[in-house]
Design a protein around this ligand. Sequence first.
Ligand SMILES: Cc1cc2nc3c(=O)[nH]c(=O)nc-3n(C[C@H](O)[C@H](O)[C@H](O)COP(=O)(O)OP(=O)(O)OC[C@H]3O[C@@H](n4cnc5c(N)ncnc54)[C@H](O)[C@@H]3O)c2cc1C
Length: 309
Amino acid sequence: MEKVVIIGSGCAGWTAALYTARANLRPIVFTGKQPGGLLTTTSIVENYPGFPEGVDGYELMTRMQKQAERFGARSSFGIVEKVDLSKRPVHLTVDGEPVEAETVIIATGASHRHLGVPGEDLLETKGVTYCATCDGALPMFRNQTLVVVGGGDSACEEALYLTRFGAAVHLIHRRDHLRASKIMSDRALSNPKIKPIWDSVVTEVLDPKQYKVTGVKLKNLKTGVESILDCAGVFVAIGHSPSTEIFKGQIDMDANGYIVPKKGTMTSVPGVFVAGDCADHIYRQAITAAGTGCAAAIDAERFLTAESL
Ligand SMILES: Cc1cc2nc3c(=O)[nH]c(=O)nc-3n(C[C@H](O)[C@H](O)[C@H](O)COP(=O)(O)OP(=O)(O)OC[C@H]3O[C@@H](n4cnc5c(N)ncnc54)[C@H](O)[C@@H]3O)c2cc1C
């Protein structure tokens, strides 16, 4: 019987592990398919406090793991395939094996939606990115022409944020008007640096042969006309999907599948807590994920203490 099982090994999971390990709860972290989480896919993190020169994403996550392990956290490369939250202890199936837990911290993160066009995957971290707050200030984007793909609030926010760094920001949307709220649309469209390109989709990101983004191929969906737009960065803002499939129907979620905490990090199921991007469609940052990981650990520890009294 595990006292604390942590599902996910991103910033939220390892921070929860650090705190529960220091509380002598010997947590076990199931890393899932992506040990270290999303941050391992980025080369430089410039906004995580404590690293004035920036830090490599993989290195930051390795340090978080080492720090938690120093206090007794354990990890396994397991994928949690099934959970039964209907009774206590919680029953989990990890790579076919049963695991029982007094408390569970869900820290499974969220993944961004991809365009699914040629060049996109090859140029990720070489000019294709999914987070303006994370990457917009990087030198490769400064005073350059940038492209944001999407038409919702996130796309508008990304575009507005990028106007601080880029020379021009093209907002590419498949319809002839934005899906975003009126206030965000007005703000974006009245910014002189933001130029909308309507009724259009990106069909290819150029140029993998040069190992950097040099432009995008566009197709106008109404006229069928194809064109090339030169740019140095492509910011994809077409939505995120929380990795919460295995909890569906067992725990309160919003319409998009984000887990909804009740009080602090407590969920609708006693003994089950949530941290990080799988419950956060607003901030989605390493530091906020780590912050809620800390909170979930403290909540789980207090829950166990209250139960033992
Ligand atoms: C390219 C890129 C660059 C970024 N740069 C920055 C930046 O500079 N600064 C910043 O603050 N933020 C940045 N972010 C955002 C940041 O990475 C996320 O906000 C943060 O990683 C969220 O942490 P998390 O722990 O909630 O989830 P994640 O890091 O997504 O981790 C989720 C974990 O859950 C595991 N998991 C999922 N399902 C299961 C399962 N069934 N069983 C077991 N494990 C499972 C995964 O394997 C993974 O380990 C960036 C994101 C991207 C994509």
